[in-house]
Design a protein around this ligand. Structure first.
Ligand code: FES
Length: 103
């Protein structure tokens, strides 16, 4: 089990992520979907699950083609931009830190 911190407009929120689980699921556990996060439910079509991965990127798979295509469309793209629905935890880490971009 890995601790995951989300930096959001409302402050830092913390939960845990199990191996094989998506970062999107962790965001849903924290109620971020109520703020429009993850609108397509993880089908790689909406890009509302865009996050910046500040720590722990090595615990996730490389960017998929659909993810790359969607990340090309986000206005606030950064080097560490990823889509939470495509981030399945491959191996446990001490801590993962992600930032949810402000709208
Ligand atoms: S939840 Fe829609 S692209 Fe990730």
């Amino acid at each position: 089990m890995t601790k995951i911190l989300f930096k959001t407009e409302d402050g830092i929120k913390e939960t845990t992520l199990n191996k094989g689980e998506r970062v999107l699921s962790a965001a849903f556990k924290l109620g971020l979907d109520e703020k429009g996060f993850g609108e397509c439910g993880g089908n790689c079509v909406c890009s509302t699950c865009h996050i910046f991965v500040e720590k722990g990127l090595e615990s996730f798979p490389a960017t998929s083609t659909c993810e790359e295509d969607l990340l090309d469309t986000v206005f606030n793209y950064r080097e560490n931009s990823r889509l939470a629905c495509q981030l399945v935890l491959q191996q446990d880490a001490d801590e993962i830190i992600v930032e949810v971009p402000s709208k």
